[in-house]
Write a protein that binds this ligand. Structure first.
Ligand code: SF4
Ligand code: SF4
Length: 219
């Protein structure tokens, strides 16, 4: 889940290109062919997709990261993660959008990130690693999903929900509760109808391409 991957990207992508160049050097001519045809391994796929995405850390796919017994809570807190504890579920978690996510989609505490973050691979990433999906097609889906999530955020903003520090699903539910208890103008009524359609549209895509059966679903 969610990338830093600076060092690993540089190492893995750099090594692949270097080996490829060696293989294409024939009869004194360098044939520059930057086409990666072999199946992508997990670090390569992560490097390409996650740096362009961040959806599993930014509150679009999940509302939090559940901490596991293996996690060093004191260390995570010292690194700046706001660890919360639920007395009802007796479960500790880190809320999303995660403060560890950098604007360029790298993880500030990559080497110390929680166990769930280490283990998580979305459906799209799994497909690329299994060589069932071309990386460019996966990137197109990521861009499409980000656009749909941005549309939901813009409509929430227009309807007065401007709390960018809350997960998207929670913001939508709050807005629904307010709308149900308020008489809306015709214009805001139309915005709300657009919002419900935009959320539905986003859900269709995230459920079909990102969630796997192991994860709980946010919206
Ligand atoms: S949702 Fe998938 S592709 Fe996007 S950052 Fe998370 S693991 Fe990577
Ligand atoms: S610690 Fe935060 S930013 Fe880093 S991988 Fe986990 S959820 Fe993403």
């Amino acid at each position: 889940m969610g990338p830093d991957r600076l060092v690993s990207i540089r190492d893995t992508v750099g090594m692949r290109l270097f080996s490829h160049l060696l293989l294409t050097q024939r009869r004194g001519l360098l044939r520059w062919r930057f086409i990666i045809t072999a199946p992508m391994n997990a670090p390569d796929a992560t490097a390409r997709l996650c740096i362009a995405c961040g959806l599993c850390c930014n509150g679009v796919l999940f509302r939090d990261v559940e901490l596991q017994a293996a996690d060093d809570v004191a260390r995570l807190k010292a690194l700046g993660l706001p660890v919360k504890h639920s007395s009802t579920t007796r479960q500790s978690h880190v809320p999303q959008p995660c403060v560890g996510l950098c604007p360029d989609n790298r993880c500030k505490m990559y080497s110390d990130r929680p166990a769930r973050c280490r283990e998580f691979e979305c459906g799209l990433l799994k497909e690329v690693i299994a060589n069932e999906l071309d990386v460019e097609d996966a990137l197109t889906t990521i861009r499409q999903t980000i656009r749909k999530a941005d549309r939901v955020k813009a409509l929430l903003w227009q309807l007065g929900n401007r709390d960018k520090h809350r997960p998207l699903g929670e913001r939508f539910r709050r807005t629904c509760r307010i709308v149900e208890s308020t008489e809306l103008s015709e214009e805001l009524g139309e915005r709300f109808a657009e919002l419900t359609l935009a959320v539905h549209d986003l859900n269709l895509l995230t459920h079909s391409r990102f969630y796997t059966c192991e994860e709980s679903v946010e919206f």
